[in-house]
Design a protein around this ligand. Structure first.
Ligand SMILES: Cc1cc2nc3c(=O)[nH]c(=O)nc-3n(C[C@H](O)[C@H](O)[C@H](O)COP(=O)(O)OP(=O)(O)OC[C@H]3O[C@@H](n4cnc5c(N)ncnc54)[C@H](O)[C@@H]3O)c2cc1C
Length: 296
């Protein structure tokens, strides 16, 4: 590992001031589960590392007027343990549960996961399926964008050099929306996703049709994507096994999976169809359980 200067930021403003001072030669450190691996191997190490892990304003999970606010520094383990997330966004808990092992989930943050912007990230699809927003902080401004627009390419977000990811917000109207996250890897533990899928939906029980279905896919395109054609196909369509299978096939056609040493593109497409159908079925089951007064 190459030597670097180290600063511990007191809060996000301090971190932003340090970023402004040290510019492109600096990099933020949250849980370090990705960055430390990079620092050990990369030939171009940052000159300055700014540790944000003590910044209290980047922590915490709270209900606000806008929805559920998840600080960028919230760890995967904290998401899993939080009763509000368990009740209102259980698919996010399921996604957090599949990330690495206990140590990775204890250190790794949801903000770090999103900023790394690897196509196989697990928290991205679960949050995109709930139409999550992200707040980006600069020294003099805050801006909020839909999470799906935060992803600019593989390992590339829309963050500018002097900005940081401040928080993630699940809009209030989507809290409790029935959803499901599924991940397929080559082994049960510590596996990166070959494909991951999250689906969410409301049900109009009078007409028995899908309302506002969302399908988000990971590891099958340069970034996490929404299968918007499959969503449009399902909107206000009768809930049947055939409709869910067809949505899976449409979603498979929307992805751009690659062939690599872990799986062929064709195999990944087949997985998308199957996992999308299952995610929709499980989200419907959660909707039904919720209606019948179960845990959902
Ligand atoms: C053994 C192992 C297994 C893993 N398994 C999985 C897995 O199954 N699924 C999965 O999705 N990921 C997995 N990961 C990846 C990693 O754990 C996650 O991406 C983690 O959430 C990253 O968060 P962090 O806080 O550790 O980020 P860090 O390593 O601290 O930072 C990562 C990057 O994000 C930047 N950054 C961090 N926070 C902010 C912020 N608030 N604003 C702006 N920039 C920021 C940093 O500058 C750095 O470039 C695994 C990693 C390891 C080591």
């Amino acid at each position: 590992m190459k030597a670097f200067e180290f600063f511990a930021a007191r809060d996000s403003r301090h971190a932003l001031a340090l970023l402004a001072e040290h510019g492109a030669s600096s990099q933020l450190l949250a849980g370090g589960t990705d960055l430390l691996v990079e620092l050990k191997s990369a030939s171009h190490a940052p000159k300055v590392v700014i540790d944000i892990s003590r910044a209290e304003d980047l922590k915490g999970i709270v209900l606000t007027e806008q929805g559920l606010r998840i600080g960028a520094l919230v760890t995967h383990a904290e998401l899993m343990r939080c009763p509000i997330v368990q009740e209102m966004a259980p698919a996010l808990v399921d996604a957090a549960h599949t990330i690495g092992a206990v140590q990775t989930r204890n250190r790794g943050t949801v903000g770090g996961n999103l900023v790394t912007c690897v196509p196989s990230m697990d928290s991205g699809p679960a949050l995109v399926a709930l139409d999550a927003l992200v707040t980006i902080a600069g020294l003099d401004s805050h801006r909020q964008v839909p999470l799906i627009e935060f992803f600019a390419g593989p390992r590339k977000t829309i963050l500018k050099p002097r900005e940081l990811l401040f928080e993630i917000v699940i809009p209030g109207k989507n809290l409790g929306k029935p959803a499901e996250f599924l991940k397929f890897g080559l082994r049960k533990g510590q596996a990166l996703a070959l494909v991951n899928v999250a689906a969410s939906l409301w049900v109009d029980w009078g007409e028995h049709v899908f309302v506002e279905p969302r399908i988000a896919l990971g590891a099958v395109a340069p970034t996490v994507i929404r299968a918007t054609r499959a969503e449009a196909y399902l909107e206000e369509r009768a809930i049947t096994p055939d409709a869910m299978a067809e949505a899976g096939r449409i979603a498979a056609g929307e992805a751009k999976p690659i062939s690599d040493f872990r799986a062929s593109a064709d195999y990944r497409r087949e997985l998308i169809a199957v996992l999308t159908r299952r995610a929709l079925e499980n989200a419907c089951a959660r909707a039904k359980a919720k209606r019948e007064g179960g845990s959902g």
